[in-house]
Design a protein around this ligand. Structure first.
Ligand code: GDP
Length: 302
């Protein structure tokens, strides 16, 4: 239900337009496909994924001898899910350790919803009965530490921090020691989101990761990149940059509730082969949902 509600904007425009298309065309012909491609591209599905999708649709229409556009509609949903799932070289489930500490590192540029997502995820873990600790690793942006503390209080988890401007790697070292001493289950680490200088970003992330790994072999267990769904191509460019800078294990796509272009989920998956692990569907604590391609696509057409 939450999922459906959060996708209202995308459903109203994208799905509405597809329904309209299907109603207007009775025959599946080239013009139908061209209009369909246009709609998908405008929903940010991404050129490459759109071409893949319509190519397969064309073949399927021929193979099954479909001439009725209504029938094509269900094949579209099928193919959307297929395209998403076929690109799964990595699981969309979080890599949580059965025993001991799990460390999750968050990366992403300012304003995308990184702090909010960390708060939401901490809340989710707490609800599951896990003990959670946050690390204020964005020592660069003014107010970042305080903002994380606000979320820490709201959710009821402690935040390990140092003074603004201090070395993020030192904060991580502290945080890992605290997490170990307290026998915490989950440590969620914020990082600075400076993209202006890719080399610096890379160096900072490398250093932070090295400190964590030295203390806990195999950690960080997840590196989650937060992207703002409302920024379309910009989100894609950020994803490519971060992918080059570090080993991103999953994506959190925020503000899906605020865009009619929810197709970006498919574009990201298709072009980057990184699974979307969560989607943000609002500003509140429980507005974070596990991402499930089937639920997503069928939610759009429901
Ligand atoms: P950060 O700079 O990346 O840490 O971004 P913040 O966590 O401060 O979020 C920036 C703004 O986006 C805030 O006003 C959040 O409430 C809002 N926001 C974050 N996630 C979502 C979401 O999933 N949906 C909506 N509608 N707003 C969100």
């Amino acid at each position: 239900e939450k999922f459906k509600e959060g996708l209202t904007k995308t459903r109203d425009s994208f799905t509405g337009r597809i329904n309209d298309l299907v109603a207007r065309y009775r025959q599946v012909d080239e013009e139908f496909f061209e209009e369909l491609e246009e709609i998908l591209i405008q929903a940010d599905v991404g050129f490459d994924a759109v071409m893949k999708l319509t190519e397969e649709l064309r073949m399927e229409v021929k193979r099954r001898n479909i001439s009725d556009t209504k029938e094509v509609q269900s094949v579209i949903s099928e193919k959307l899910v297929e395209i998403y799932n076929n690109n799964s070289d990595r699981s969309s489930e979080l890599n949580i350790q059965a025993e001991g500490l799990t460390v999750i590192l968050f990366v992403g540029v300012n304003g995308v919803g990184k702090t909010t997502t960390i708060g939401k995820l901490a809340h989710k873990f707490k609800e599951e009965g896990k003990s959670v600790l946050l690390a204020a690793g964005d020592t660069f942006r003014a107010g970042a530490i305080e903002q994380l503390e606000v979320w820490g209080e709201r959710v009821g988890v402690d935040v390990i921090k140092q003074a603004a401007g201090s070395d993020p790697a030192a904060v991580m070292f502290d945080a890992v020691q605290s997490a170990k001493a307290r026998n915490a289950d989950i440590l969620i680490c914020d990082t600075a989101g400076r993209l202006q200088n890719k080399v610096n970003l890379m160096k900072e992330l490398e250093k932070v990761k090295r400190v964590i790994e030295r203390e806990i072999p195999g950690a960080p267990h997840e590196v989650l990149l937060v992207l703002d769904a409302t920024t379309g191509q910009n989100a894609m460019i950020q994803a490519k940059t971060f992918k080059e800078a570090t080993d991103v294990s999953g994506i959190v796509l925020t503000k899906l509730d605020g865009t009619a272009k929810g197709g970006i989920v498919l574009a990201i998956r298709n072009e980057l082969s990184i699974p979307v692990k969560f989607v943000g569907l609002g500003e509140k604590m429980d507005d974070l949902q596990d991402f499930d391609a089937e639920k997503y696509v069928y939610g759009l057409f429901a």
